[in-house]
Design a protein around this ligand. Structure first.
Ligand SMILES: [Zn+2]
Length: 128
């Protein structure tokens, strides 16, 4: 399943983030930034997350999905445009097709919320 390998990759990334932490921590929440052209359904991603995390370092963590905007370059306006729908890649200003997509394929770890098990303070770590 495609989404499962995505979640496994996210778990690896979280492991790299946690390697920079001092002391024992527990991950309580993970936020992913997902663009409309990323090729994954948020619901399928949630399902894969719940199915994959037991026994991993994300066991018990909540998943949040943050939609990333769909941005394309309009060759007519010579400007970046934010598009409403991936089904219709057209400039909202001039209506011309915009095949040059600049953003919307993101599938990345936006942030992690971890609890320091020594101090029980909640801290949020931005990763980008
Ligand atoms: Zn335009």
């Amino acid at each position: 399943m495609h989404e499962t390998s995505i979640i496994e990759h996210i778990i690896e990334l979280v492991g790299e983030q946690l390697a920079q932490q001092q002391g024992p921590v527990r991950v309580t929440a993970v936020r992913l930034r997902v663009g409309p052209l990323a090729g994954v359904e948020p619901e399928a991603l949630r399902f894969a997350f719940d199915a994959t995390i037991p026994g991993t370092l994300l066991d018990g963590a909540q998943l949040a999905i943050e939609p990333a905007p769909l941005i394309a370059w309009c060759r007519i306006c010579l400007a970046e445009r934010t598009l409403d729908s991936p089904q219709r890649l057209c400039c909202p200003i001039c209506g011309r097709p915009t095949p040059d997509v600049l953003g919307g394929k993101e599938l990345e770890l936006a942030w992690l919320e971890v609890v320091d098990l020594n101090e029980t303070n909640e801290t949020t770590h931005a990763t980008s």
